[in-house]
Design a protein around this ligand. Sequence first.
Ligand SMILES: [Ca+2]
Ligand SMILES: [Ca+2]
Length: 126
Amino acid sequence: MEAISVPKSLLKKRHVQALFDLINTDPDDDIAFDEFYAWWQYMAKTNFYDLEQKMSGISDLHFFFKKYDTDGSGKLERNEFMRMYNELGLHAVPVEQYFKILDANGDNGISLQEIAAIMGYTELAE
Ligand SMILES: [Ca+2]
Ligand SMILES: [Ca+2]
């Protein structure tokens, strides 16, 4: 039986931070059991090598998310998303339409998990 080892690239500090924030759905808290459990369920459907493939994308997403979440709320509110939309030139889709697609739970803020789920980096909890 082949030993399971975590690929070294997943151990880079910025990658671990990105994963931590992806698992931690409440940015003001530590990772709670339910958050870890939900992520672990997701990992059961994928594996560490798929995660490694996605890691630089997750890390880049995390970087941009932190950059534009200027009030540190853990969500991109409309004004923050508008800035990202303009600076990254995402104009192929009208901003409001984009916002509504990304804001899966309709709480008027786009979470890291909501963007990550659209990009296939995680799944949203039921
Ligand atoms: Ca914010
Ligand atoms: Ca939301």
